[in-house]
Ligand binder design. Structure first.
Ligand code: UDP
Length: 238
């Protein structure tokens, strides 16, 4: 089931189904793009037609955030909870290890992706995982492409933040030959402990945004769209 939240497509899939779908996309062959859609994406897509178009081209749009799950439930999608990039990565790494899919971690500050790669390798000794901090700027493309190709990457996680990572994936889609590319925002920072995640009770209460705002107050401008999002979803009736 596919739902539109304020015009942006989101797939009604829980974590287990999302992982199965990603596995299928890799098995199918060819290049695929998976977006992790949160309320900031939806509001951003309204402002930037290019971002909206790229999201529309995604093979899978996962509901990343309580605000999106809330909007989906209002339209009859029975989801248990959000499918965030940070929750997805450890489970996807287990799938990659089991299936022998080669995983590549791209983005974040120097040393972060390689730290996460080492952690994932320690957890899954058979996992073939490579990492590169890279940059979304075109001047970094050739080096990044060379590394991705040399690794024979099948699952590529891109952590440049939204919408840079989605625009990067789209710009590179004819040159990057991976099964699935997924934009994962700040997930590497959370998974390596560089940025602490909200406590479970806050996540369950849908207050992860508040924790983020307290820890990273400079986000206030970007997060100012969240009340507007809530108001618009309520106003949309469904
Ligand atoms: N980042 C990067 N290159 C850039 C801009 C950002 O690698 O040019 C990384 C940054 O280090 C961080 C991630 O992208 O790890 C963005 O995290 P953020 O939490 O802001 O992303 P969001 O989840 O809000 O999209």
């Amino acid at each position: 089931m596919q739902v539109r939240v304020l015009g942006v497509r989101v797939d009604c899939l829980d974590m287990g189904a999302a992982l199965e779908r990603i596995e299928e996309l890799v098995d199918t062959g060819g290049h695929h793009f998976v977006a992790t859609v949160n309320p900031e994406f939806i509001m951003g897509a309204h402002k930037a037609p290019e971002f909206a178009w790229v999201l529309e081209s995604a093979d899978l749009c996962l509901a990343d955030g309580t605000g999106v799950v809330w909007a989906l439930r209002r339209q009859g999608c029975q989801m248990r909870g959000p499918v965030t990039g940070v929750d997805l990565i450890p489970l996807l790494a287990a799938v990659c290890a089991r299936r022998g899919f080669k995983l590549f971690l791209l983005g974040s500050a120097p040393g972060v992706a390689s730290d996460l790669a080492a952690r994932l390798r320690a957890e899954h000794p058979g996992l073939e995982v490579a990492a590169h901090s890279g940059a979304p700027d075109p001047s970094a493309d050739d080096e990044t492409l060379q590394l991705i190709r040399a690794h024979q990457t099948q699952v590529l996680l891109v952590a440049f933040g939204a919408p840079k990572q989605e625009l990067w994936i789209d710009r590179m889609k004819d040159r990057v030959e991976v099964g699935v590319a997924i934009g994962v925002g700040g997930a590497f920072d959370y998974l390596t402990g560089r940025v602490p995640r909200a406590p479970v009770w806050m996540r369950r209460a849908g207050l992860e945004w508040l924790h983020r705002l307290i820890r990273q107050p400079w986000r206030i401008r970007r997060m100012a769209v969240l009340p507007v999002y809530a108001f618009k979803v309520l106003g949309a009736g469904k």
